[in-house]
Each structure stands twice: as structure tokens, then as C-alpha cells.
Design a protein around this ligand. Structure first.
Ligand code: UDX
Ligand code: ADP
Length: 477
């Protein structure tokens, strides 16, 4: 019987292994993690991650051919395939701090495999790694002196959180990179066979190791770049009175552009986009490609600007001061249908509002209070102006403004008449996801603003430095 071990029971490892266990009942899949609390949660009814459809699959497979355990070494020893799904956060210290990936978890896994393995393994990079990480893993394995013919493959995961199960069931493609040697080809073919149980063969792409590693970074960079591009246009729409959703719809109908990832927002979040672009930037700088690095860095720069711009607009619209005012923040996860808050735009928005001394009341349907507090906590510790509540009405009660940061479906169906009645007037709504009907809200009496939408108040005037060039007088001449 084939045995798989997956090291790292996180947002990637957990759902991916659950799908393999579901589709390949003849394979035993052990998911291991050093975090005992996380493993205990995987073995309970309260899974550590919220992902629609995941609990049902885990329930079906757990105890049959899907195991969650902290016995890392045993699982490595017995496995034929070892998936590496540990975290690779951006380095916060030393060389490459703020850009390069921190590979200490990956290195530690490679050392464990080198120490424990008694037979040749197929080791699969599942986490996003900087290009050429496979070489480091191979180097560490070779140095163990055991002379086992391990193979290292790159099989990046493209699932998006919130739709992980659907993405795993019907992926656009599965990418497998390996060395072009007889052993490498054999290992690639063995992994292809696992996916081919439910993914059509023509959707399984095989490439060199380095191409696979780089493709993952580039896919995320291109997706994020589309969001930053439309977000630049949202600022121009707000200034000119155009509507960014109308613009996105018009350009997205061009089949060369396509409609996806053109939803303007308060900014992108999640554990991947920023980290992977910074990684790409670091790679370009390393190879002396400073223009390429600057180009991609612009995508992250624009995203940071968009988040700050949103918070600044709230302050400006609330008569330039939010000190002492209650502000309700709806949603804290980085997108709907997940409890993940890594790099969530809500973190920046809440911090900026707290810095302006607003009393911020946060509600998210899936994110626990402790997680919200730990994301917002600054170097000075807890901020007493922050409260976390258990429903949207409580958050809105007595608030000067409602700020929607995550596009949870439930927020579309709130009783806004009821909410309006509990808020001081004028009552403001800022929709950071453009999911609310601004016209209807304005009819209730709200001063409602969207991202890249014609403003409730008059459009902003051109920047003073441009006035001389574009003044009406100049235009009529
Ligand atoms: C992303 C990639 O989509 C996935 O392929 C990769 O494996 C991991 O990174 P994820 O971060 O889970 O997935 O979610 P995604 O749906 O890509 O959204 C990322 C962020 O962009 C979210 O904050 C989302 O709200 C935002 N977004 C997305 C927009 O603001 N506008 C859009 O049009 C799309
Ligand atoms: P991702 O979103 O990429 O899945 P997560 O942070 O959710 O990332 O999950 C990564 C998991 O990997 C964490 O639960 C962490 O405890 C685990 N991990 C990190 N290093 C090791 C290791 N050496 N052995 C086992 N598990 C590890």
C-alpha cells in the first residue's frame, strides 16, 4: 500500500491531503505537524481551519486512510511520498529581511528526512519556495551520507482559500516539476499517477524543477498585479466620478483581458500574494535585474497605498476627525469564507483608525476575538479603544460609520433600516468591497461610499499642482 506523509497541517497541507485521501482510498495519508494543538483540532469536530466542504471530507476519510499525528519521524520513515507543506514566511531579520523567504522550517524538514529516512523517498515541495530551494533540500539529503536516491519534485498548490475544495476537485492545472533524469522522470510519473485518479491528464503539466518553482511565484504576481491595476483605476474613478465596476466590466469583456481578478477592493491580503511578490523582487535583485524588481515592487506598494487611502478617506469624510467616535468594522478575514487573517487589509484599516483615536468595534463571523486582537496588537500591547463583538448590529449600535472590509455574503442581507436607526447622524457607510447597494442605502439616509464609485459628495477637485494646466479657462483657450 502506498504511503504519503505530509509535513505541515496548515491551510495548504490539510485540504490537499484530505482530497488525496478522498480520491485515493488505497493510499494512506498521514498529515503531521509539530503543533500538537493543531493536530488535536484536526482530530476533533472543530477543525483548525474554516473551509466550506472540508469538514465533510475529513469526516469521511479520517481514521480510514487519513491520519493526523505529531509523530513526524515515524510518518517520514514509513512514507513513499513526502509532501512539504510547512510555512515559508517573509524573513523579518538579517539578509533579505522584509523580502526573502524564511527557509528555516524547510531546512529543518530536510534535516529530519535526512536523519530518519531508511529508504529512498519522493519529496515534494508543496509550499511556495524561492527558485532553487529544491537544490538546498537535495544538498542536505546528500550530506547525510546514507546514499539513498531521494527525488525532489516541485508541485506548487494553486488553491485559493474559501474555494479550496472546489479548486482541488477541479483544478485548472496541476503542475509538477522534476529533474530530467531517469530517476526524476520516474518520480514525476509516480506523482502524475496519483493526481490522474481525478484530474484529466491533459491538465497535468510537467516541467523542470526551476520552471515549476518560478511559475508559482509568477502566477501569484500576475493575479495580484491585476488587483493593484484595477485599484489604481479606482482612485481615478473616485476623482473623476466614473464607476470602477463599470470600467472593469467593460474591459473584462475583452477576451484578451478576461473578467476575473478585476474586483476593486480595499486591497488584497492573504498569506501568498505579498510574500510571493517580495520573494520575486528579492530574486530579481539577487540577479541584478533592478528594473524588473522595481516593476513588481510597485504592485505591493500600490496595495499598501490602497489600504491607507481607504482609512484616510474615512477620516476625511467624517469631518477630518474620528477621535472618540465609534466605528464599526464588518469583517476581519482577508476574504470571505475563510478564518484566515494573514495580511488582511482589515489589520491596516483598524490600526489606522485606532491611531486616529477612533473607538473601533469589529465583527467577523469566523474569526475569534483572540486572533483579531493578536493581529492588531502593536508594540505597546493591547489597545483599549478596540472591542470585538459577536454580531453586526452590536458593532453598528451607536457607530458614526460602518466600514465593510470583508465581503461575507451575510453582510449583504443585514437590516440596514434597523442599523440606521441606531447610528448618530449623519450615518456613514464605507463599502471596501463594493457589495452593498449604495443607492438603496442612500435612500435610507446613509452617506454611503464605495471603492472607485462616484462619491456621495462632489468629486474631488484636481490636485492643486494640475489646476493651471487643466483649469476650465485653460481648456477653453
Ligand atoms: C491566492 C491565489 O489565488 C492562489 O492560486 C494561490 O494558491 C494562493 O494565493 P488566496 O490568497 O487564498 O489565493 O485568495 P485569492 O482569492 O487569490 O484572494 C487574494 C486576495 O485578493 C484577497 O484579499 C481577495 O479579497 C483579493 N481580491 C481577489 C481582490 O481584491 N479582488 C479580486 O478581484 C480578487
Ligand atoms: P500554509 O498556509 O502554507 O499551509 P500554515 O502556517 O497554515 O501554512 O501551515 C504550516 C504548518 O507547518 C504549521 O502548522 C507549522 O506548525 C507546520 N510546521 C512548520 N515546521 C514544521 C516541521 N519542521 N515539522 C512539522 N510541521 C512543521
Amino acid at each position: 500500500m502506498t504511503k504519503i506523509c505530509c509535513i505541515g497541517a496548515g491551510y495548504v497541507g490539510g485540504p490537499t491531503m484530505a482530497m488525496i485521501a478522498l480520491k485515493a482510498p488505497d493510499i494512506t495519508v498521514s498529515v503531521v505537524d509539530v503543533n500538537a494543538a493543531r493536530i488535536a483540532a484536526w482530530n476533533s469536530d472543530d477543525l483548525p481551519i474554516y473551509e466550506p466542504g472540508l469538514a465533510e471530507i475529513v469526516k469521511e476519510c479520517r481514521g480510514r486512510n487519513l491520519l493526523f499525528t505529531t509523530e513526524v519521524k515515524d510518518a517520514i520513515r514509513e512514507a513513499d511520498f513526502i509532501f512539504v507543506s510547512v510555512n515559508t514566511p517573509t524573513k523579518t531579520y538579517g539578509i533579505g529581511a522584509g523580502r526573502a523567504a524564511d527557509l528555516r522550517f524547510v531546512e529543518s524538514v530536510a534535516r529530519s528526512i535526512a536523519e530518519v529516512a531508511e529508504s529512498p523517498k519522493i519529496i515534494i515541495e508543496k509550499s511556495t519556495m524561492p527558485v532553487k530551494t529544491a537544490e538546498t533540500i537535495k544538498d542536505i539529503l546528500a550530506a547525510s551520507g546514507r546514499r539513498l536516491a531521494h527525488q525532489v519534485l516541485s508541485n506548487p498548490e494553486f488553491l485559493a482559500e474559501g474555494t479550496a475544495i472546489a479548486d482541488l476537485l477541479e483544478p485548472d492545472r496541476v503542475l509538477i516539476g522534476g529533474e530530467h533524469t531517469p530517476g526524476g522522470d520516474q518520480a514525476v510519473a509516480a506523482l502524475v499517477d496519483i493526481y490522474a485518479r481525478w484530474v484529466p491528464r491533459e491538465r497535468i503539466i510537467t516541467t523542470s524543477l526551476w520552471s515549476a518553482e518560478l511559475s508559482k511565484l509568477v502566477a501569484n504576481a500576475f493575479l495580484a498585479q491585476r488587483i493593484s491595476s484595477i485599484n489604481t483605476i479606482s482612485a481615478l474613478c473616485e476623482a473623476t466620478g466614473a464607476d470602477v465596476d463599470e470600467v472593469a466590466n467593460a474591459i473584462g469583456k475583452d477576451s484578451r483581458i478576461g473578467p476575473k481578478f478585476l474586483k476593486s477592493s480595499v486591497g488584497f491580503g492573504g498569506s501568498c500574494f505579498q510574500k510571493d511578490i517580495l520573494n520575486l523582487v528579492y530574486l530579481c535583485e539577487y540577479y541584478g535585474l533592478s528594473e524588473v524588481a522595481a516593476y513588481w515592487n510597485g504592485v505591493v506598494h500600490m496595495n499598501n497605498w490602497q489600504k491607507q487611502r481607504f482609512a484616510a478617506r474615512i477620516v476625511r469624510t467624517l469631518f477630518n476627525t474620528v477621535a472618540g467616535k465609534k466605528i464599526a468594522v464588518l469583517g476581519f478575514a482577508f476574504k470571505k469564507d475563510t478564518n484566515d487573517t494573514r495580511e488582511s487589509p482589515a489589520i491596516c484599516v483598524v490600526r489606522d483608525l485606532l491611531a486616529e483615536r477612533a473607538r473601533v468595534s469589529v465583527y467577523d463571523p469566523q474569526v475569534p476575538e483572540s486572533q483579531i486582537r493578536s493581529e492588531v496588537r502593536g508594540p505597546d500591547g493591547e489597545n483599549e479603544l478596540l472591542t470585538v463583538v459577536s454580531n453586526a448590529y452590536e458593532a453598528a449600535d451607536g457607530a458614526h460609520a460602518l466600514v465593510l472590509v470583508t465581503e461575507w455574503d451575510a453582510f449583504k442581507h443585514l437590516d440596514f433600516e434597523r442599523i440606521y436607526a441606531t447610528m448618530p447622524k449623519p450615518a456613514f457607510i464605507f463599502d471596501g468591497r463594493n457589495i452593498l447597494p449604495l443607492d438603496e442605502l442612500r435612500q435610507i439616509g446613509f452617506r454611503a461610499e464605495g471603492i472607485g464609485k462616484p462619491a456621495y459628495s462632489a468629486p474631488l477637485l484636481p490636485h492643486p499642482s494640475l489646476k493651471t494646466v487643466y483649469s476650465p479657462a485653460a481648456l477653453t483657450v
